[in-house]
Design a protein around this ligand. Sequence first.
Ligand code: PLP
Length: 428
Amino acid sequence: MNRSGSDTAFAAAKRVIPGGVNSTVRAFKGVGGTPVFMRSAKGAYLTDVDGNDYLDYVLSWGPMIAGHAHPDVVRALQEAATRGTSYGTPTEYETELARMIVAAVPSIDKVRFCSSGTEATANAIRLARGYTGRDKFIKFEGCYHGCADPFLIAAGSSALTTGVPNSKGVPAATARDTLIVPYNDAAAVRAAFEHNPEQIAAVIVEPCVGNMGFVQPLPGFLAALRTLTREFGALLIFDEVMTGFRVGMGGVQKREGVLPDITTLGKVIGGGLPVGAFGGTAEILDHLTPDGDVFQAGTLSGNPMAMSAGIATLRLLSDTTFAHLEGLATRLCSGMAEVFRRRSVPHWVGAAGSMFGFFFTDGPVTDLAGAKTADTALYARFFHAMLDRGVYFAPSQFEAGFLSLAHDRAEIDRTIELADDALAATLQ
Ligand code: PLP
């Protein structure tokens, strides 16, 4: 496969953009080689600058659940654009998308929009601190909540593959207020509460993790977080930026029947445009300015283009579409597991809704320590073998995969066949 256009584009980008990318994971540090520069996308496929097509299991890191350039989303954007792209005033688009979110996500009475998942989690922590009058919060090792300072302690996603899970530039004073515990370890959460009496504002968690690879909560873990936060007077924040409208209409909270105090959202609710949101009970959310005294603002918050794309995307989703997507994800995972088994490769696979993942290690993987036992060198070789066969998986072992409404059974089955071929070539 000729990718010389990407090589040229990357060299040009590096001269004017640090590392040639505007988000670290895109640089292929986790797998080596040159990132592929895309020119367009349609349905389940990406097309690069050399004209090569790739079946896309990254989907812009989650948002594109409708598939790329879905006609409904494109039409909504065209109509919105002709009316102006930003007004800096309230609009009815925001109320409409807020209503759709409130109707679907069980713990949300009110929701505030911003422009990224990072803003959503940063605002959620500020709200929890303002509400409780406490400064510290608990975060789980390997969970990623965006690139704001307080979250870059033992962070997942690209912070893992660049080898800087604790970024330089984060003040020690900031880091001191982020308490780190292993994922799925409720006893460690209790110990953190007991060692920091009346100081912990919140526990923030990816209720199903996509950022140390795909890791599910053990039975009872989320319920234990709910019990512990109540017992110690802290708020429970589910970071559903990735899982919201991804694992099902009501997120992980609906699947697992555990309701947080605050939920953060992003990705799918913007249909591929920059967006974030945080919501919860009216009692907590009303502490935000202008009615309350916890500040939040944003020039492009609730932007009409992002709201329009989000509304059009959510209109395509239902319990029925999620049942269909989960069927595809399960088919993909069991097919991949069969290939790995046949080729004697240690593995652990999992899926929830339209999200999935696989590790090259003997499972089960329940936390970051387990995820780190994965054979990243084998993953890198497998990733490149798949890329050469026209399949775009995440360029890191420590990321989840995603399916869209544009993927079908034939593509899943073809992926499994190609995986067998790729693995055979990889293991030679
Ligand atoms: N929270 C989670 C769970 C995420 O997966 C991400 C991004 O991948 C974020 C927060 C940050 O979102 P954004 O990249 O839009 O700032």
